[in-house]
Design a protein around this ligand. Structure first.
Ligand SMILES: Nc1ncnc2c1ncn2[C@@H]1O[C@H](COP(=O)(O)OP(=O)(O)OP(=O)(O)O)[C@@H](O)[C@H]1O
Length: 168
């Protein structure tokens, strides 16, 4: 059995990592993928260019997806299927209103067979189901970091998995 590693910056409820460059964001996403499973809803917060799509690309690579990962800015959602698992990558930056939500059938995307990663969740407001994990991609003059907070018991279990995983 592994012991739970924790520092001041991380506990079962949250973790923070410094991301030196794009490669490191990809690497972090790949490692995070090992803690994820179907049914999870993850909200990604961060300004334009903060690295939300890069993180998603890392997660997809970690799940075994080896093709191009595009930003969903224009389509609102990109759909990936990886060995029976669906991953929906939303970007609500250009989201307008409830009718758009209904027409696109977005409600149906949030089910137990999929992982949903949502950029700009604040633009869709309370139409979205509650997130299990909230990822904050922060940019400072001194560099970038990511902070992940769990907001459900399921999300908390993911971060416990991260903390107990060897070599992470
Ligand atoms: N940790 C990092 N350090 C430096 N550059 C990074 C880092 N992570 C990503 N980038 C670079 O930042 C740029 C923007 O990244 P990305 O498209 O992932 O941002 P985004 O948050 O999805 O943006 P948008 O909100 O516009 O969709 C890319 O050129 C990427 O290479």
């Amino acid at each position: 059995m592994h012991s739970i590693h924790s520092t001041d910056a991380e506990s079962a409820q949250n973790l923070t990592r410094y991301l030196a460059d794009e490669e490191e964001t990809l690497k972090f996403g790949k490692k995070l993928a090992a803690c994820l499973h179907s049914g999870l809803i993850i909200h990604l917060f961060g300004n334009l260019g903060a690295g939300k799509t890069t993180l998603t690309r890392g997660i997809l690579h970690g799940l075994g997806y080896s093709h191009i990962v595009k930003s969903p800015t224009y389509n609102l959602v990109e759909i990936y299927k990886i060995s029976g698992l669906y991953l929906y990558h939303f970007d609500f930056y250009r989201f307008n209103d409830y009718s758009e939500w209904e027409e696109a059938g977005f409600r149906d995307y949030f089910n137990s067979d999929s992982i949903c990663l949502v950029e700009w969740p604040e633009k869709a407001g309370n139409l979205l189901p509650k997130a299990d994990l909230q990822c904050f991609l922060n940019m400072f003059d001194s560099g970038r970091n990511i902070e992940i907070r769990s907001s459900t018991e399921t999300g908390k279990q993911c971060l416990i998995h991260w903390n107990t995983e060897k070599n992470i």
